[in-house]
Structure formats: structure tokens, C-alpha cells
Design a protein around this ligand. Sequence first.
Ligand code: ZN
Ligand code: FE
Length: 276
Amino acid sequence: MPDGAWRYRAAAHPLIEPIRAFNDNYIWLIRSPDGAHAVVVDPGDAGPVIQRLEQQRLSLTAILLTHHHADHVGGVQALRKWGRPTVYGPAGEDIDGIDEALLDGDRIDVAGLPMSLRVIDVPGHTRGHIAYAGDGYGGDARPLLFCGDTLFAAGCGRLFEGTPAQMLGSLDRLAALPPDTLVYCAHEYTLSNLRFAAAADPETPDVAERLAEAQRLREADIETVPSSIDIERRTNPFLRSREASVRRHLPADLVPADTDDPAFFAAVRRWKDNFR
Ligand code: ZN
Ligand code: FE
């Protein structure tokens, strides 16, 4: 099927492509329009990145980091030896090799690319996690978002360091981006996320349809990402924890005594943590 034939998977921007790493990580590679340079996002492993750069004869001008976990930063030191990248990363996390430590609201002109990004603080998965939002690329005006392990296709990151209220606030900020923003997340967790979504939000037809489509994509060994903010708003139970259709289906033992939004969000997250 051609790229545009999928309903819950968007065609990536020109010049942006995934590099697969480990079991299910995506390291996003962004090429410069002149075909000379590239930038990678969250290179947990240098091996497959160097292989791709050598294959395509690209120099590495920058690395964008979202958070400190090894599957996102593990390749930084080797890539610094291989090339001369400017390394951007969160000011709020302890990561070796960062050249430009970024705070919420910062804007960067990414070294080597005609790309400007703004930094959004998205604590929850880790305390200092950041995301990068931009206005389009490669002649394609759709906005874009590199969100690491905060927002996934039909899911969100586990709460390792942050509180449910923080993560809900982070996801709210991302959900408020323009609906046509493409979501470039860092893992292929979509199928298991949608199996959970089908239990958590069974009355929403888009969820069942997205699950069926994701099964076809994965059987064909095609990435289910990028998605879009619009797709996530319609099908991601972690962006929908305020919806009656989600709250209604919480298992009785998880229904919170508090009825505030973070309590319901926490209950949905806890349910997913134990979902098989
Ligand atoms: Zn992580
Ligand atoms: Fe990760």
C-alpha cells in the first residue's frame, strides 16, 4: 500500500526517516536538503547510525536528546568521536557530552539544517524530559514534534521519575499543538498500546480501526509512526482520560476515590502498567 493509504499513520516529512535500533527504538534521522549533512534524535546506539551515515555519505552536524535513558543517549560518545556534532539536550538532566543545555521555551537553529525548533518541558517519564517542536521541514509545512518517551502512538511513557499530574500536564501541552503536527516518538510500542486502548476505550470506533491497521502494518514490517496529534487525540487513551468513554471502563479496583483529572490519568496509567 502506498504511504498515503494508511489512516492512522502519516507519511513522514521528506528527508526524515527512522533508523531502527535495539528491539523497538526509533532513532530519527533528518537530512539536510543538499544531501550533505544529517542530524539524529536520541541515538541510543551509535552502530546503526554510523552505518546509515556512511551508506548515505552524510556528515553528522547535530544530535538532539530528549532524556537521559541509555536507549536514547548510549551512542552519543561514539558519535562525538565519529563526527563533530553539536549535542543538544535537556538542562534538567545529567547527561555527558551535551553542548547546549536547553530549557523550556528555548529556540534552536539546528546545526547543519534549515530547521528551527522550540523546546517544550515534558516531565513525567523522567524529571527533565524535553520535546522539540518545529514548523515543518523539507518543503512540507506540517508541524513536527520529537517527543522521545513522553507521547507514543496510542500510549505514553511510564512514570519513572514524575508524578501523574506532571505527566498529564506534559501530555496536555503536546495535545494542544496543531492537529496536523506529526508525532515522531522513540519506540514502536503501537500494537501493545492499541490492545490496551481497545480495552480502555472500547466504544471509540477509531481505536478498533487503528488496531486493525497497526496489525496490518506490523505484519508487513512497516513502522506505525509517525502519527499526528489529531490521530492521538482521537485514539490515545492517555490523552482521553477525561472522556466518559474511558472512565466508564476502568476496572472497579482502579476507580480513584479522588475525582480530579490526575487521579483518573494515574488510574489509566496504572491499568496499563499491569495490562497483559
Ligand atoms: Zn525512556
Ligand atoms: Fe526509551
